[in-house]
Ligand binder design. Structure first.
Ligand SMILES: NC(=O)c1ccc[n+]([C@@H]2O[C@H](COP(=O)([O-])OP(=O)(O)OC[C@H]3O[C@@H](n4cnc5c(N)ncnc54)[C@H](O)[C@@H]3O)[C@@H](O)[C@H]2O)c1
Length: 436
């Protein structure tokens, strides 16, 4: 290990290293708080002035993070939220946690990552460790980030250190958090890997090095592709079970009693969030560059993205059965977040279902205890209270997200017709309950 690496490793060990994190979202904020908690002075940089203001005043906008956790660390002088990119000059380590969406063409959009790299490049100095955490295609760190940073004349592995470490945050998961979810680390050189591992070991229970940044990048994409493909499979099984008059939920629960060789996945109204609908396309895009068509990924994407339409078809059929037509009917969407007990509506299938229904002339309102307001087809709607009167007033109630704290017995009792896309009403019976 060279002098600069030794110097940085001493600073990490004695917690005097100044830790910077770019992007104070679902990934960056919990990570910043873990490092602050471990005794580091942590700076959280974001371009969103409103978010930074909330953090500076000791608040939180992420349900998994209670405000008092932020407040205590800000007060203790260990967490410094800021919009000032010049602060990176004084940082010993900088971790990038900014969005990696898809363009309309389903190609990777690395603009947020490359903007952050540009900001880092301007203040890059010898002895600094840079880590990319944003989910991305294999090769991003050494084909895009490395050359941009080496334009400064500084050399990775000698003057500065560069690694990739995929984030595995699962919002709403009470058991596995940033601290106890093992962290994968792959560096450009062995020193880069070692320093990044050493940093994470200070705040995270288990850290696992891999041989390269490409391996680390692919690990994350394998994990999310695994989910996407299995959800696609179970959605297809749900569609075929429906045709054959079989209750797919009962089938899965029974299959899940097998103690080996089976992992339960559940059908649903479609996939949402920042990861599962997006990340597999980062992998298939990169594979295509190498002349390889990733068929499983594309097929799962097709099946999963058709689920909102399928839900609308099932609702139309059910209304028809009750002598009503879709156009002019009133519907309450219960749950609009992309999964239960969180407030994130990014890529939520509820948005697609709502748009499809509105375009077919349905009067839509919604209830979601985590999402007070929602942009629906260009207009803002506010969450309605879930009351017996509201439910009685609907031609159909559509459960899109199975939040835990909802009064499902009241939903069953007061609704004329219910489309349950999540088996939230498991154990309830009635001819007015339609399941996916
Ligand atoms: N949310 C998840 O569950 C999850 C899980 C695993 C991995 N990831 C990955 O982690 C990355 C971040 O996701 P997220 O959910 O935290 O996103 P997010 O949208 O919640 O947060 C990103 C933050 O980065 C800020 N930002 C954007 N450009 C910036 C810039 N140039 N400088 C400073 N700040 C900037 C945004 O204002 C925002 O606050 C993505 O690549 C995502 O795929 C997310």
């Amino acid at each position: 290990m060279g002098y600069k690496a030794k110097n940085l490793s001493e600073k990490i060990r004695d917690k005097s290293a100044r830790v910077g994190i770019i992007g104070m979202g679902y990934v960056g904020l919990p990570l910043a708080l873990e490092f602050a908690n471990a005794g580091f002075s942590v700076t959280g940089l974001d371009v969103d002035a409103e978010r930074i203001q909330i953090l500076q005043s000791g608040g939180s906008y992420i349900p998994d993070i209670p405000s008092d956790r932020v407040r205590d660390l800000v007060k203790a002088g260990r967490f410094h939220p800021t919009t000032d990119p010049d602060i990176l000059k004084t940082m010993d380590t900088v971790t990038i946690c900014v969005p990696t969406p898809l363009r309309k063409t389903k190609d990777p959009d690395l603009s947020y990552v490359m903007n952050s790299v540009e900001v880092i490049r301007r203040s890059l100095h010898p002895g600094q460790l840079i880590i990319l955490e944003s989910t991305t295609y294999p090769g991003t760190t050494d084909e895009m980030v490395l050359p941009a940073l080496e334009e400064t004349g500084l050399k990775a592995g000698k003057d500065f250190f560069l690694a990739f470490s995929p984030e595995r945050v699962d919002p709403g998961n009470k058991q596995y958090t940033t601290r106890n979810t093992p962290k994968i680390v792959g560096g450009i050189t062995p020193d880069c890997t070692q320093l990044a591992c050493l940093l994470y070991e200070q705040a995270i229970e288990k850290v696992m090095p891999v041989s390269s940044t490409k391996v680390a990048e692919t690990v994350k994409l394998l994990e999310n592709t695994f989910r996407s493909v299995n959800i696609g499979l179970v959605n297809e099984i749900a569609l075929m079970s429906d045709k054959m008059g079989i209750n797919v939920w009962e089938v899965i629960d029974a299959a899940a009693t097998k103690p080996f060789g089976f992992l339960p996945f559940y059908p649903g109204p479609g996939i949402g969030g920042h990861c599962i609908p997006i990340d597999p396309f980062y992998l298939s895009w990169k594979a295509r560059q190498s002349g390889f068509e990733a068929r499983f990924i594309d097929l799962a994407g097709q099946i999963n993205s058709r689920m909102p339409e399928y839900v609308v078809e099932k609702i139309t059929e059910a209304l028809n059965h009750h002598g009503k037509c879709l156009k002019g009917s009133r519907m309450l969407i219960v749950g609009v977040a992309y999964k239960k007990d969180i407030n994130d509506v990014r890529e939520s299938p509820a948005l697609d279902i709502i748009s499809l229904l509105i375009r077919r002339g349905v009067q839509i309102s919604y209830h979601d205890p985590f999402v007070p307001a929602l942009q629906v087809e260009g207009a803002e709607q506010r969450s309605k209270d879930l009351t017996a009167e509201t439910l009685e007033d609907q031609d159909c109630v559509v459960i899109v997200t199975n939040h835990s704290a909802l009064d499902y017995p009241m939903v069953v009792k007061s609704s004329k017709l219910i489309m349950d896309t999540r088996n939230a009403l498991k154990g309830f019976n009635g001819s007015h309950i339609i399941r996916l």
